[in-house]
Design a binder for this molecule. Structure first.
Ligand SMILES: Nc1ncnc2c1ncn2[C@@H]1O[C@H](COP(=O)(O)OP(=O)(O)OP(=O)(O)O)[C@@H](O)[C@H]1O
Length: 233
């Protein structure tokens, strides 16, 4: 079943001579449970696409469907609920609240939604049950990213949107985080859409979408996905 569907989506920033056509007639779909990578160079439109799908910004035109619901037509209140209930976000920089412990950072997200996973369990899922009482500054970059993943998972979302989640991590830690995202997606049936500019990372995806100058230039199933631990870059 298709969970995500973009139909002729355009996004233009600004107007007149200074207008930037960040998305230019984008159409694709992603099936429920797929691990999908959106691959493209800097400025290609990846974050724009993710922001529209995550309900953080609006398309200029076109239709965005999530599980048959029209995200692109939602009113502000519906968008808030959609972001809270259906979408988990993982960003390159972890955006943890420095004055809260790791566990409290996760609890805050769990409080926002209807069917959360207990924060302790989410911390356990990312292998950090021993570090729950630590503050972000007492954790390594990889551990902070795992807290950010636990925060996203605690919402028990149907879809996880990840924007360069390993961009600030070293190679070994980055691979461990990728493996975790893949395994957690599989175990929970969560659909994952991950942005990267790194084509080596795309090799682990079930489906690879390539974006160039705001257009999807390739969309294909990866018949032989590599394991995260086999990736080299
Ligand atoms: N708020 C904005 N106002 C004007 N232009 C914008 C805005 N956000 C993005 N753009 C422009 O839209 C285009 C696509 O940007 P986007 O951030 O989606 O690319 P990206 O593929 O995510 O790039 P990167 O990998 O560098 O983050 C770029 O030309 C960018 O300068």
């Amino acid at each position: 079943m298709e969970l995500i569907c973009f139909e002729h989506v355009y996004k233009t920033y600004g107007q007149g001579a200074g207008a930037v056509h960040a998305l230019d007639d984008v159409s694709f779909s992603v099936k429920e449970g797929e691990f999908c990578v959106l691959l493209g160079a800097s400025g290609a439109g990846k974050t724009t696409l993710l922001n529209l799908l995550g309900g953080m910004d609006r398309a200029s035109s076109g239709t965005i469907l999530f599980d048959g619901r029209e995200v692109s037509a939602m009113k502000e209140r519906e968008l808030v609920n959609y972001r809270r209930r259906d979408v988990g976000f993982v960003f390159q920089f972890y955006n943890l609240i420095p004055s809260l412990t790791a566990l409290e950072n996760v609890e805050i997200a769990a409080m926002l939604c209807d069917h959360p996973i207990p924060a302790e369990k989410a911390m356990d899922m990312v292998g950090l049950s021993e570090r729950m009482e630590n503050f972000p500054a007492q954790l390594s970059g990889g551990e902070q990213q795992r807290v950010a993943i636990a925060r996203a998972l605690a919402k028990n979302p149907r879809m996880l949107l990840c924007d360069e989640p390993t961009g600030a991590l070293d190679f070994v830690t980055g691979k461990a985080v990728l493996k975790m995202l893949y395994d957690l997606g599989r175990e929970n049936g969560t659909t994952v859409l991950m942005i990267t500019h790194n084509s080596a990372i795309a090799q682990m995806a079930d489906r690879i979408l390539r974006i160039q100058s705001g257009r999807i230039v390739a969309d294909g199933v990866n018949e032989h996905p590599k394991k995260a631990e086999e990736l080299e870059w």
